[in-house]
Design a protein around this ligand. Structure first.
Ligand code: SF4
Ligand code: SF4
Length: 70
């Protein structure tokens, strides 16, 4: 399974911002709980981590873009 964003539920205030910026539709807010519902749809954009006002999401991966023209 690929690396995915990690959600710290204790820090989450259920604002829903992360869901609204996730263009891949990978996140869901249901019954006051954020979860990754489509694990294979996460595009590792890290937007959820960037917009979360409480620091409840961390993206423990690094995007490396390789230039294959070298
Ligand atoms: S990293 Fe991007 S695609 Fe993945 S869950 Fe966060 S906002 Fe959605
Ligand atoms: S943006 Fe952060 S605080 Fe808001 S619902 Fe998502 S994880 Fe929770």
């Amino acid at each position: 399974m690929p690396e995915l964003p990690v959600i710290n539920e204790a820090k989450c205030d259920h604002c829903g911002l992360c869901v609204s910026v996730c263009v891949c539709g990978a996140l869901q807010l249901k019954d006051n709980k954020i979860s990754i519902v489509k694990v294979n749809d996460c595009g590792w954009c890290t937007m959820c981590e960037l917009v979360c006002p409480t620091g409840a999401i961390s993206c423990p991966f690094e995007i490396i873009i390789e230039d294959d023209k070298k």
